[in-house]
Design a protein around this ligand. Sequence first.
Ligand SMILES: [Zn+2]
Length: 92
Amino acid sequence: MSHCPFCKKKIAMSKAFCSRGCKENYFQLIAIQIPKLFMKRIFVFCSPAERELEIEQFASRHKWRLDLLKNKIEEEAIKLGYIEDTSTPIQY
Ligand SMILES: [Zn+2]
């Protein structure tokens, strides 16, 4: 068994993704690039409400899906130490 790289669902070894949607989301997620300066600005200098607005503007400027962008920003923020990783580990 293998895992879908986007949603982590179990899939057959012969498949790369569980669905077309996951494949598209996965590649869009990879395409999203977030500058470190943007991360610093929204996490250090913005209030949560301002941050939300900045993220929305950033998504619409680049025509990225907001939910995917938010996921990516959260990932980056954990990596950069701006927020704590509160998600539960994946169960196998
Ligand atoms: Zn999937």
